[in-house]
Design a binder for this molecule. Sequence first.
Ligand code: HEM
Ligand code: HEM
Length: 159
Amino acid sequence: MSSPAKYSKPQIALHWGMALLFFVSFVSHEGMKDAWRALVRTGEPAMSVGAAVHVWVGVLLLGLVAVRIVTRLLKGAPEAVETGNKLLDLSAKIAHLALYGVMILVPLSGALAWFGGVRDASEVHEVMFTAGLTLVGLHIVAALYHQFILKDGLMQRMR
Ligand code: HEM
Ligand code: HEM
């Protein structure tokens, strides 16, 4: 696979655009919980703007992650930056892979519960979301560590 100096413009737009959409999904989840509870209890969803935003932004994210993976396979990615600590370098690779995993599994499990009526998928959705939030937190701490401690210009590759 090729090794460009930085991420391509479409990859950068996808990274930041999707981060924003994940935030929108997060802030709309209360309405979704109400709609889901009503659906489970009465068979009718209590739809609200929040629930509709949650569903359709999530579906959009599922489409975008597919585009992102294809772009990644076609365009490659810059060579991983080395921190001098093999364990940290390996953790970064695993964390990026795991982030792709949750970017697929969070909306997929939500869609299975909502459109497919698979009740247990809603449990998976919650667990995956919590794992995703933890990973994103670590990811941001890692980005700050590169920016302010290592000062290795890593952020420039995603701008
Ligand atoms: C303020 C929030 C964020 C910051 C500062 C940030 C920063 C970065 C930076 C600097 C990189 C490039 C790393 C490198 O060159 O090795 C990167 C890559 C990545 N980010 Fe983020 N990110 C943020 C939010 C997110 C979110 C919310 C997600 C997913 C839910 C995410 C998923 C990823 C993934 C999967 C990669 C690896 C991309 C690849 O190699 O294909 N990021 N991020
Ligand atoms: C990809 C972005 C998404 C994020 C970040 C996200 C996040 C969340 C969060 C935080 C909750 C509340 C869980 C809790 O109470 O602990 C939730 C609930 C829910 N979401 Fe999503 N979601 C996403 C996509 C989707 C999609 C695409 C669908 C359906 C098409 C969906 C359907 C649901 C349902 C049915 C619930 C209620 C589950 C329950 O309370 O047991 N979500 N979501």
